[in-house]
Design a protein around this ligand. Structure first.
Ligand code: HQG
Length: 181
């Protein structure tokens, strides 16, 4: 599969596994899962034919491990980033002392006032290292990197989760736990 095709398919799957499953007739099961056969049939019906082999290639090749199969390989889900209501059944986990968040300079005044908010997603997304935060922030131009006093926030009652692909998730980060790098 060429690079452009895999990007196109990845975007199509992200859209329907995170945001609008109903648009192609899917209903996410508990945990955000859908049957692989059901997904492939729905994709085909909506003009995006994907073979099982291509799906396996896409899941394995995703730079950020966006999707995962269940242990039996019969169901698939997006690992994070949903806007539809879904319980990913993540387990609260103690974070490292510091995590990072890359954002756009234009968002800084609001972030300084209100802290990091989850906006349209289910959680605020935090990165385990500066490099990843830079990549996330660079989606919106030249990024600003914030350090998050994650362990201190956890000790103050913040509940952290780590998604299957290493992204750290938390409900919100109040301004007193943030610092510009
Ligand atoms: C900002 C991608 C104003 C926040 C990435 C961010 C990541 C505020 C934007 C994943 C704010 C939300 C998530 C406040 C936060 N006022 N702006 N109080 N609090 N913001 O896309 O973290 O490609 O929902 O800084 O790689 O950028 O989808 O979050 O700029 O892992 O797999 O509001 O999405 O992964 O944007 O990115 P997003 P994000 P995928």
């Amino acid at each position: 599969m060429d690079h452009n095709k895999s990007i196109r398919l990845s975007k199509f799957l992200s859209k329907h596994l995170r945001h609008s499953p109903q648009a192609i007739g899917l209903v996410l099961q508990e945990g955000g899962w859908v049957g692989v056969a059901e997904l492939l049939a729905a994709c085909e019906k909506h003009g995006v034919a994907i073979s099982h082999e291509q799906l396996v290639e896409l899941v394995a090749g995703s730079d950020k491990q966006r999707f995962a199969f269940d242990a039996a390989g019969t169901r698939i889900r997006a690992q994070q980033g949903h806007s539809v209501t879904v319980d990913l059944q993540l387990v609260p986990t103690t974070p490292p002392a510091v995590l990072y968040h890359g954002t756009a300079p234009a968002a800084l005044p609001a972030i300084r006032r209100k802290g990091l908010q989850k906006m349209k997603r289910h959680h605020v997304h935090l990165s385990p290292d500066i490099e990843t935060a830079q990549r996330v922030g660079a989606r919106r131009g030249k990024p600003v990197i914030l350090t998050v006093a994650a362990l201190r926030l956890h000790e103050a009652g913040g509940i952290f989760y780590q998604s299957g692909n290493g992204v750290w998730l938390v409900e919100q980060v109040p301004p007193e736990f943030l610092q510009e790098l």
